[in-house]
Design a protein around this ligand. Structure first.
Ligand code: ATP
Ligand code: MG
Length: 350
């Protein structure tokens, strides 16, 4: 059996701590399922930026290209502007490797307190379009400093881009409970979102097995709070998906457990797996970071690499660990350390 190759970028702050934990859990589950992964670690981070003037070397993208997947901790550190860590690493990776799906599973686990009452049944996935839409660089500022100053920002929605994200979401829904919700705002944004709606409806015709509806983003955000248990898969544009996935992670009880995947579903390029949280400088180096977000992201990676049974085992271990008060970290009201939670996960896997 040839090993699949993983590029590991622990990054900054608790990124390095939770990636250590994820690696330990991966070792345990891979041994059990006879999965071979071959890791190469890269020190690309804000520390590297301080030392060498760049988050990654000029041939960084080329280097990553040959891997089967990328496992990332978190990048960002006080004193280094957000646009450096974002545009110096994350966005180039997403774009170069055409990771057009941003996948954010949301669950309220037993033992995890959601801020919402009655949220126990929450189990859905936000699928965010990850490479086009509202986050474009097209536009500009005119009449700078004059009373009639203005700014224009164009959104880009392509037939190819909307079709492929819709197809991905419909297929995912078909593999789950068969229900898709599409986020829109075609009553107010009169060109791009009617186009989005049209293309989603066209793709729906190819997936008769999936029930679907379309909701305006404002009403949808309210339903995330009022009836989060009703969703299965939710698909949104880059901006809507961004907002909905953060809202959903908050509904799930802690940002420390939220995972994400940046996928190129065609597998032509490596996909990237990372916890939703950042480097959390306030708790870094104290051994108290919740490793579950990184561990769940690693499970998504196993699934993408074709090891669904191993991925499912990791999720089961997470459920068991979160269910016990003594193996919860401080963000979940417990007192367990990162190492203790990791040890509990490994114990469930052996
Ligand atoms: P960045 O700028 O890199 O996004 P940040 O501090 O702005 O970092 P996060 O790192 O996402 O944002 O963290 C927000 C807060 O949530 C942190 O201050 C931290 O206390 C808490 N937090 C985030 N991740 C975890 C985790 N894995 N375990 C425990 N607490 C966490
Ligand atoms: Mg932040």
């Amino acid at each position: 059996m040839t090993a699949q190759t993983i590029a590991v970028i622990p990054g900054d702050g608790i990124g390095t701590e939770v990636i250590d934990a994820a690696r330990t859990v991966l070792d345990a589950v891979c041994a059990r399922h006879d999965v071979a992964l071959d890791y190469t670690e890269f020190d690309w981070s804000c520390q590297r930026y301080d030392r060498a003037g760049a988050m990654m070397p000029p041939d960084g993208i080329e280097t990553l290209r040959r891997f089967d997947a990328i496992l990332l901790g978190a990048v960002g550190w006080p004193g280094v502007p957000d646009h450096v860590s974002l545009w110096g690493l994350l966005i180039p990776i997403r774009r170069a490797f055409r990771q057009y799906v941003n996948l954010r599973p949301i669950r309220v686990f037993d033992g995890v307190q959601s801020p919402l009452r009655g949220a126990e049944d929450v189990d859905f996935v936000v699928v965010r379009e990850n490479v086009e839409g509202e986050y474009s660089e097209v536009g500009g500022r005119v009449n700078r400093g004059f009373p009639d100053e203005m700014a224009v920002q164009e959104s880009i929605f392509t037939r190819v881009g909307v079709s492929r994200i819709a197809d991905y979401a419909f297929e995912l829904a078909a593999s789950r409970r068969g229900y898709l919700t599409s986020a829109t705002k075609s009553n107010g944004i009169v060109h791009t979102l009617p186009f989005w709606d049209e293309v989603v409806a066209e793709r729906a015709a190819r997936h008769p097995d999936v029930r679907w509806d379309s909701e305006h983003i404002d009403a949808l955000a309210a339903k995330f709070v009022l009836q989060p248990g009703r969703f299965d898969v939710v698909v949104g544009s880059n901006l809507f998906g961004d907002i909905l996935s953060d809202l959903a992670a908050a509904v799930a009880g802690s940002i420390g457990i939220a995972p994400s995947a940046n996928l190129d579903p065609t597998k032509e390029f490596p996909s990237m797996f990372e916890p939703v949280h950042g480097s959390a400088p306030d708790i870094a180096g104290r051994g108290m970071a919740n490793p579950v977000g990184a561990v769940w992201s690693a499970a998504l990676m196993l699934e993408h690499l074709g090891h669904p049974a191993a991925a499912a085992d990791v999720v089961t271990a997470m459920e068991a660990t979160l269910a016990k008060p003594e193996t919860r970290t401080a963000d979940l009201g417990g007192t367990a350390t990162t190492a203790q939670v990791t040890a509990a996960l490994v114990e469930h896997l052996s």
